[in-house]
Design a protein around this ligand. Structure first.
Ligand code: GLN
Length: 457
């Protein structure tokens, strides 16, 4: 807690911080040891966590970084949070993000703009920027984020940490504040691949409380992680890895391109067969994603009426109360998405927008599945550039949406992907800015991409 507090004035990763008493109570594992013996302790026992503020935490304010939820304290834990607690994890606090996870910089938070620990004049990425910055700044050992269109992988890339977006359905969404329900995934961020894998282990699996969570058996995600010494044995021998050609070259910064090529060569040097693979419908994924995400958001966010949760601005009648609560409680980016989503879903336009976007989604998914029947994994940079300067894309939503090119198709297809630090780009002021490699796997193939990512450590 002291370390968290010391970094907080500069980095500002947290919206709410747990009390010392609550942390001490969570740390008290004596009872568990007495009852079940010391071997009962999970590797996460006593490990301090940050939790993205889109996940409900019993007794700890949960706002999704939106003003409309200020003062909302859930009576229950989201399932992944309950699982971390059951494993002995200590929840230090709630991490900043873009309001309702809509954004890529944390600048759409209604509370604060988290800074990138590598350069405080830059953003940590988003929307799980607080979760990534908190790990990078050493404020917690690991954190949970949520990823609807890249929100774990892009901040992991900007902040030089590991982030895993699991297969859709691998982790329960119960207690996750909904954005785009057919895309939303909870996942871990951590300082190294093994830590991220251990957290994934604790939170993966079927949950009765989320009908979309999967019955697929959960393997041991840390089994067989190669140690550095075994590099001599070419640990990736026999693996086929596809470089998505649409994600390299044009539109990608030179530093990101260079680090990415070096990473691809590293995979090759360890025995992998690396070839380019073209996914021609890639480009269509971005507009399809934004139509689907905004449509689902417009439906999900209708519950914020000023009556049931958080902020209420009482007015002359119920309609005025709705209007003033929403007017003040929802920011411009959130309103933009509700309006566009409502428009796309309206009767006369449904076929032209939502239905068409779903058709494109199917094409994107089929194309990725086809590529993954030929390759064990696909790789790309996790984002086209390194961390933006504060304010650089804030007032240009289209420019910000374009930054999601590398990550969103993975959500459309429901596949797992990991971002692992793979180099640096030097900024014009001579600062080192991290670059992440994205490794995309087959559905429920997290264990495989975790092993591949581990060769970068
Ligand atoms: N930047 C994307 C968006 O704004 C992704 C956000 C996310 O994954 N939650 O929708």
């Amino acid at each position: 807690l002291a370390k968290l507090q010391a970094a907080e004035p500069k980095v500002q990763s947290f919206i709410s911080i747990a009390s010392k008493e609550a942390c001490l109570a969570a740390r008290d594992l004596d009872n568990k040891i007495a009852l079940e013996g010391p071997d009962s302790l999970s590797p996460l026992a006593g490990v301090p966590f940050g939790i993205k503020d889109t996940l409900c935490t019993a007794g700890l304010q949960t706002t999704a970084a939106a003003r409309v939820l200020e003062g909302y304290t859930p009576s229950y834990d989201a399932t992944p949070v309950a699982q971390l607690k059951a494993a002995g994890g200590i929840i230090l606090g709630k991490c900043n993000c873009d309001a309702f996870a809509m954004g890529s910089t944390n600048e759409s938070s209604d509370y604060k703009a988290t800074r990138n620990p590598w350069d405080l004049e830059r953003v940590p990425g988003g929307s799980s920027g607080g979760s990534a910055a908190a790990v990078a700044a050493g404020q917690c050992v690991a954190s949970l984020g949520s990823d609807t269109g890249g929100s774990i992988r892009q901040p992991a890339h900007f902040c030089g940490v590991v982030g895993i977006k699991p297969t859709y359905g691998r982790i329960s969404r119960y207690g996750l504040i909904a954005y785009g329900s057919s895309l939303d995934c909870v996942g871990p961020l951590a300082g190294c691949v093994e830590d991220a894998a251990l957290v994934l282990q604790a939170i993966a699996g079927r949950d009765m409380l989320d009908a979309t969570s999967s019955h697929m058996p959960v393997p041991d995600f840390t089994q067989g992680l190669q140690s550095i010494d075994s590099f001599a044995s070419r640990p990736l021998q026999g693996k086929r890895i596809g470089v998505i050609s649409e994600t390299v070259g044009q539109g990608v910064s030179s530093g990101v391109n260079e680090a990415f090529s070096r990473a691809a060569r590293h995979l090759e040097s360890l025995g992998a067969e690396v070839h380019e693979v073209s996914l021609p419908t890639s480009d269509a994924g971005l507009p399809a994603y934004y139509v689907i995400a905004m449509s689902e958001a417009s439906s999900n966010l209708s519950r914020y009426d000023g009556i049931r949760y958080g902020v209420r601005r009482e007015a002359a009648n119920i309609r005025e109360t709705y209007n003033s609560s929403r007017g003040e409680g929802l920011n411009a980016e959130v309103k933009r998405r509700i309006l566009m989503g409502t428009y796309a879903l309206s009767a006369g336009y449904y076929d032209a927008y939502y239905k068409r976007a779903q058709q494109v989604r199917t094409l994107v998914q089929q194309e990725m599945y086809r590529a993954l029947s030929d390759f064990d994994a696909l790789v790309s940079p996790a984002a086209p550039t390194t961390a933006y300067r504060l304010g650089a894309v804030k007032d240009d939503p289209l420019e910000m949406y374009k930054g999601d090119l590398m990550t969103i198709n993975v959500n459309l297809a429901g596949l797992p992907a990991i971002t692992v630090p793979a180099g640096f780009e030097e900024s014009s002021e001579g600062k080192r800015l991290p670059v992440g490699l994205q490794i995309i796997g087959k559905a429920f193939g997290e264990a495989d991409i975790i092993k591949t990512a581990h060769v970068f450590e």
